[in-house]
Design a protein around this ligand. Structure first.
Ligand SMILES: NC(=O)c1ccc[n+]([C@@H]2O[C@H](COP(=O)([O-])OP(=O)(O)OC[C@H]3O[C@@H](n4cnc5c(N)ncnc54)[C@H](OP(=O)(O)O)[C@@H]3O)[C@@H](O)[C@H]2O)c1
Length: 235
């Protein structure tokens, strides 16, 4: 049986990944901060094993690795993230340092620590795929290229995803010889708490499109950053 582990699985895009893989009868390891409160996740069915994980807690990460010791994971989807402030505290001149550190931890550092901790499980899997849900907002090259880019901000979210992307590129080099595929994906602008409820895209369409990209990923393209439509996003 194929298996997938998804972080931030209790709502939004993460929850949609859980539904999609469970519907294909995969073994789904769904991680979230508060399993008891994750009612929709709990209702999906017996294919879903819910595991507690605050991605910023090193002891939670160690416990997760210990609980999964000896179990193969075909695909790891590092999805959990926070946007951080959307007000002036994420603009030049006013950047809130505490918020910046928190968002960097959740969005850039935690996914890498989880990818380190679960590498033995991935190497036991038949697919060996490491997926990082990033954001086009982290593209340095695209900054200023679109009409709605009137400012440099929000600095906090953008820099966190740019840092994640830099690490994804590096991990792609380090794991290619082990046969691990490493890819960063932009899910599109999707209706969730992070994307906002006016976003044009639905989580189920985004996830269906990303699963096709994950299916097609190979170590030969390691460290690539793909839009949900399959187009390469410049770093
Ligand atoms: N929606 C978009 O338009 C869009 C666009 C570009 C990129 N993305 C990316 O897509 C991914 C999924 O976002 P989404 O739109 O589905 O957002 P969302 O609905 O706000 O969900 C975020 C998820 O991350 C979890 N999370 C946050 N901090 C965590 C922590 N410390 N430990 C564990 N889990 C934590 C949340 O759990 P709690 O319920 O416990 O808070 C929640 O499950 C993110 O990487 C985001 O940056 C989204």
């Amino acid at each position: 049986m194929q298996s997938v582990l998804i972080t931030g699985a209790n709502r939004g895009i993460g929850l949609e990944f859980v539904k999609a893989y469970a519907a294909q009868n995969w073994q789904v390891y769904a991680t979230c901060r508060n399993p008891t409160l994750s009612l929709e996740l709990k209702s999906i069915g017996k294919m879903v094993k819910i595991l507690q994980l605050d991605v910023t807690s090193q002891s939670d990460i160690s416990q997760l690795a210990s609980d999964l010791n000896g179990k193969a994971i075909d695909i790891l989807i590092n999805n959990a993230a926070i946007h951080g402030p959307r007000d002036s505290s994420s603009t030049y001149g006013n950047i809130n340092l505490e918020a910046w550190i928190e968002v960097m931890h959740v969005n850039a550092m935690a996914p890498i620590k989880i990818a380190e901790a679960l590498l033995p499980n991935l190497l036991m899997g038949s697919q060996k795929k490491m997926v990082f849900i990033s954001s086009m907002a982290g593209s340095i090259s695209l900054r200023g290229s679109q009409p709605h880019h009137k400012t440099g901000g929000p600095y906090i979210y953008r820099t966190s995803k740019a840092a994640l992307n830099a690490a994804v590129k590096a991990i792609g080099f380090d794991l290619q010889s082990k046969g691990v595929s490493v890819v960063a994906l932009h899910p599109g602008w999707v209706r969730t708490e992070t994307g906002g409820w006016d976003a044009p895209g639905s989580p189920d369409h985004s996830v269906a499109a990303m699963i096709k990209l994950i299916d097609a990923a190979t170590p030969n393209e390691n460290g690539v950053f793909l839009n949900v439509d399959g187009a390469v996003i410049p770093w």
